[in-house]
Design a protein. Structure first.
Length: 367
């Protein structure tokens, strides 16, 4: 595919980069642009974006890369969701039109769509959203405090079945058939151990840690057993796995979460699925969790809890945003910055807002 008419390495980037960096950056950009032109709109149908669309947005993608190089003071093509959120924060505070902000955001979402399909990353769910039509900038939705408790409680119910000894023979036969299908084994081979297995602590521990630590989808995917420090009540995310590679992160966990994690670690070693693997959580298909299955899981938990999400942006980041919002309210921005693993306090500032129920209480008091 001929890319001679496309801005692969625009002049501002060419002027900034050394010769070898320009070669590396050109290769990265060519891979991205070719994929967008051939598959970007609908990868399953091999339907690409129009050349005019790719041209316009490729300039803004390049601007995003240069923002990352300036903010980190180094060349890299490994851009992250935090980088994207920080650029959106800068755009929101700068004197740009809503149309320009919206176009920049669409370009970055397009970039991460390519990275998700071709590099194994997750698609980006922006922390704030711009609209060229409404003239507004809106923060991502978040769970209220009651909803956080409901989601945690729903995780205890998710996938659970009655105790083996607390059902009638007819009920036991139906549940045995269900477990045979669930675990892909003959019905005659299903025994009490399989009933216990169905009530494991995988999902409650995953949900608990995400509620406490505000885990990003990529962090759920990367989480390994060595991160867990039950004795000191911490999740230790090493420098190599932190999103910015700035340093090790020590994230506090609640007593309920630690109990669920401790139980899951005891159970986890009994599953063949995890033999020879150190991932903390896997899907039933033995894959690390990613954005799409996590979104489905959250929707299932909302269904169990009776939380309506029809008109809400309900992704796994909704949990993270709620953690930032309430940590800021209960403690301060510094505590939220440490808990959410933000390099820049400006990134955390988007959580410095009173939750709607607090504002309603204030209005009631005002009379």
């Amino acid at each position: 595919m001929d890319l001679s008419d496309f801005p692969v390495v625009p002049q501002p980037s060419a002027d900034r980069l050394g010769p070898r960096q320009r070669v590396d950056y050109r290769a990265e950009r060519e891979d991205c642009l070719r994929w967008l032109l051939a598959f970007g709109k609908d990868p399953d149908q091999a339907d690409g974006y129009a050349p005019t669309t790719v041209t316009a947005r490729s300039y803004r993608m390049d601007h995003f890369y240069r923002f990352v190089w300036e903010s980190t003071e180094q060349y890299t093509t490994t851009v992250t969701h935090d980088h994207a959120d920080e650029w959106m924060q800068q755009l929101a505070m700068a004197d740009y039109s809503d149309a320009h902000r919206d176009c920049c955001q669409k370009a970055v979402k397009m970039l991460f769509k390519w990275r998700a399909h071709e590099r194994g990353d997750d698609e980006w769910d922006p922390a704030i959203r711009f609209s060229s039509n409404s003239g507004t900038t809106t923060p991502r939705d978040y769970l209220t405090k009651p909803e956080r408790r409901q989601i945690r409680e729903a995780s205890l119910e998710y996938g659970s079945i009655p105790h083996y000894n607390n059902v009638t023979p007819e009920e036991r036969d139906r549940w045995t058939a269900y477990l045979a299908q669930k675990f892909h084994k003959p019905k005659a081979d299903v025994g009490p151990a399989d009933w216990e297995r169905a009530n494991n602590w995988r999902i409650p521990s995953l949900v608990g840690v995400s509620l406490d630590a505000g885990l990003r989808p990529i962090e759920v995917k990367r989480a390994v057993t060595s991160w867990v420090d039950i004795e000191n009540g911490l999740l230790r995310i090493p420098k190599e796995e932190s999103s910015k590679n700035e340093g090790h992160w020590r994230v506090g966990l609640s007593t309920k979460t630690l109990d669920a994690l401790d139980r899951w670690l005891d159970q986890r070693q009994n599953y063949e699925l995890y033999d020879g693997r150190d991932e903390l959580w896997l899907t039933r298909e033995a894959n690390p969790f990613r954005s799409t299955p996590l979104r489905r899981l959250l929707h299932d938990l909302c269904d169990i809890a009776g939380i309506d999400y029809e008109h809400r942006q309900m992704s796994w980041y909704t949990i993270r945003h709620s953690t930032g919002t309430y940590m800021t309210r209960e403690e301060d921005l510094a505590a939220a910055q440490a808990q959410l693993r933000h390099k820049s306090p400006e990134t955390t500032m988007k959580y410095d807002q009173a939750p709607v129920e607090d504002r309603q209480d204030a209005l009631d008091r005002l009379g």
